[in-house]
Design a protein around this ligand. Structure first.
Ligand code: ADP
Ligand code: MG
Length: 681
């Protein structure tokens, strides 16, 4: 059925519906109101406007009605009286009402009310003329997300006119009876009706919960199925963990492993010792020592004669990994081979030969690892750094270079445990929740834009002490949003603020080679100040840098800022982070959270609370956290229930083959996030 076959929808309104993503009657059925205006309860005139600015309902008899003009706007005003008193009702720009409203009529009105010295005044949004003896029966009016040229009212009218027809499209009930009964939720068709035409707010709330639950259930089922399938496939190579390997690793290090590193290495090795492939996410704050954990996994693979590949999203990051892993693995005779897009044909060819023959045990690189021709003799371990920055296919492509390799995903963006457990429900989770000892926390200050010069003064002082500094700006070129341009600011700094210092410029539009060159010079202390965009966010490791200045800090999420400041504090010197924001108190307050905490997980929780999961760093790009009406923060309890239900369903029927579970399978098919989860590897 086409949308314009519905009563009240013509060709042109069908186009307007299409602009809202509503192309079919089924889309319309699934277009839920985001709130309801409650027209059921009428407030006596004398009690109106107790709270300024809320929408209220009233019924009164017209005492007088008149029209006046304020500049060019026509305003119709009427006094309505009930037993308790009276109110003034106002309509803006609706002259035609003068012919329709007459003294003595009974009127229902709804709108925002305001108290004035002469009584309550209502800016009328909805009114209805009542017959002489009509008993008023208000209802809940659904309010739909409107389009530019499509009002909520029009949507409401179309839905109301066609509701019985729309409800026939609801389809079969996907939930098993046991769940319906246990959760006391309405059956599918009834739930749709309750969303569009609820008899009470409670009824719509039950219906909404049903849809939230099913959205979560689909994702949780997909995750469980995938886990099941994974562990049922005994196609991975079970690696042997030699006795004393951890101590051997420890002896090669100049510092003791933290307890968290030991625990996490244990978890990873245990997975790798199984014949079903590891699929684990390693989370740890910046500086928590993830590289070492990756090295431990690589070491185990090498001891078992299989190769490892580590893929990172940028060349800078990949180069850094290679540089850090080499010395860690060298004592064990494990050589690291780099595979970058920018390397010479000769270097690439030699890497390809050595990986193909099995001579090289480890490949570290970028997407270049995925290119055809880069093959491994025996790839047994795939490590994907900043895994959310790769697509599903890219991750799968790396793994396909081996036969069911163990896979370790890494991220330096801490995600709150609750969110990680749902968004990455198909992965096992390892968390390094402890920093190596002896780090003094980065001292963080928030500064108003008007005091920027003081921040630069601070930079100058630290550079005089032999340290280096980062200055981060949000955009490359001048933009219309009054954001600081990294190009313009670096010119200004060099000319007028730091003429005596050597400044470097780094941003994403520079050629890879040039970026690399600037980074190298900064790392060698040939540049004292690096003015950059957030490309420095990941991977850059210059221990002598001790000051981070972030311009327009209000632009970023707290987690991202935490990530940025992790670029300093990597050496012995006390480090500082200065967050610069416009002179508006609100922003400064949010940023203050960073001044008070150095714990990435705690900051992530706060970020999640403030911004919601959709915007949350990392998950936005992953495509997995997209829910239509559910919200992982608000509805976390419902998520837990759905997860528990999914576990028991899959326990009983791992592939959802039971006749009573056919609906659940179609549920997964119908939810994009769940489908993506099943397809991803
Ligand atoms: P991450 O990748 O988690 O941000 P890294 O692996 O780069 O952190 O480690 C940060 C720094 O801490 C490195 O210089 C590393 O040598 C050092 N480091 C790692 N583990 C320890 C430890 N147990 N004790 C002391 N220093 C450590
Ligand atoms: Mg690292």
């Amino acid at each position: 059925m086409k949308l314009d076959e519905l009563a009240g929808v013509g060709k042109s309104s069908a186009d307007r519906f299409a602009e809202l993503g509503i192309h079919t009657p089924l889309d319309l059925l699934n277009d839920f109101p985001f709130r309801y205006d409650d027209l059921r309860v009428v407030t006596p005139a004398a009690e109106l406007a107790k709270n300024d600015g809320v929408e209220e309902n009233a019924i009164g008899t017209i005492v007088w009605v008149r029209e006046r003009r304020a500049r060019r706007l026509a305003i119709v005003e009427a006094e309505l009286a009930d037993e308790s008193g009276s109110l003034t009702a106002k309509w803006f720009g609706r002259s035609y009402l003068m012919g329709a409203l007459r003294q003595g009529m009974r009127l229902f009105v709804r709108g925002r009310t305001q108290r004035t010295p002469t009584g309550a005044v209502m800016n009328v949004a909805i009114h209805k003329v009542l017959a002489e003896n009509e008993t008023y029966r208000g209802e809940l009016v659904p309010i739909y997300p409107a389009g530019k040229e499509l009002t909520s009212r029009k949507i409401r009218q179309v839905v109301a006119k066609n509701l019985p027809k729309l409800l026939t499209l609801a389809g079969e009930e996907p939930l098993p009876k046991t769940i319906l009964r246990a959760r006391h939720v309405p059956e599918l068709r009834e739930a749709y009706r309750s969303m569009h035409a609820p008899a009470s707010p409670e009824e719509s709330a039950r219906a909404r919960e049903r849809f939230i639950f099913t959205e979560f259930l689909a994702l949780a089922l997909a995750a469980q199925m995938k886990r099941r399938k994974h562990s049922a496939e005994h196609n991975a190579r079970a690696l042997r963990v030699p006795a004393g390997l951890l101590e051997e690793l420890q002896r090669a290090l100049p510092f003791p492993l933290t307890a968290a590193q030991r625990r996490v290495i244990g978890e990873i090795w245990q997975d790798m010792a199984r014949d079903s492939a590891m699929n684990r996410l390693l989370q740890g704050d910046v500086g928590s020592g993830k590289t070492l954990v990756a090295a431990a996994a690589i070491l185990l693979a090498a001891r078992n004669g299989v190769q490892s590949a580590l893929m990172a999203p940028t060349e800078i990051l990949a180069a850094q990994h290679a540089a850090k892993l080499s010395p860690l693995l060298m004592p064990f005779g494990v050589a690291v081979e780099a595979v970058f897009g920018s390397q010479s044909a000769k270097a690439r060819a030699s890497a390809v030969v050595r990986l193909g023959s099995g001579e090289a045990a480890v490949a570290v690189g970028t997407h270049a690892l995925l290119t055809e021709g880069v093959d491994f003799a025996r790839l047994g371990l795939a490590i994907i750094d900043e895994q959310h920055r790769f697509g599903v296919e890219q991750r799968a492509r790396l793994r396909s270079k081996g036969s069911a390799p163990h896979t370790l995903h890494m991220t330096a963006t801490p995600i709150p445990r609750t969110l990680a457990q749902s968004v990455y429900a198909d992965l096992d989770l390892s968390i390094i929740d402890e920093l190596p000892p002896g780090r003094s926390p980065i001292e963080t200050f928030t500064l108003r834009r008007s005091r920027l010069e003081r921040a630069y003064e601070f930079v100058r002082k630290n550079v005089a002490l032999g340290r280096q500094a980062y200055i981060v700006a949000p955009v490359i070129d001048e933009s219309e949003f009054e954001l600081t341009s990294v190009v313009a600011e670096s010119e200004r700094l060099q000319k007028t603020i730091f003429p005596e210092l050597k400044l470097g410029l780094l941003h994403g539009r520079m050629p890879a080679r040039e970026k690399e060159d600037v980074m190298q010079r900064f790392a060698r202390d040939e540049l004292q100040v690096l003015v950059a965009t957030t490309v420095v966010e990941v991977g850059v490791d210059v221990p002598n840098a001790s000051v981070m200045v972030v311009l327009d800090a209000q632009r970023y999420g707290l987690s991202q800022l935490h990530q940025l400041r992790g670029r300093v504090g990597r050496g012995a010197a006390q480090s500082y982070c200065l967050l610069i924001a416009p002179d508006e108190a609100l922003e400064i307050e949010r940023l203050q959270i960073l001044a008070n905490s150095n714990d990435g997980f705690e900051i992530a929780e706060e970020d999640l609370r403030l911004r919601g999961p959709g915007e949350f760093a990392g998950t936005a790009q992953s495509g997995l956290a997209r829910f239509r009406i559910a919200d992982l923060v608000r509805d976390i309890e419902v998520y837990r229930d759905a997860k528990a239900a999914a576990e028991s369903i899959i326990e009983e029927d791992p592939e959802l083959r039971a006749p009573g579970h056919a609906g659940l399978r179609s549920l997964i098919e119908g939810e994009p996030s769940a489908r993506a989860m099943l397809l991803s590897s």
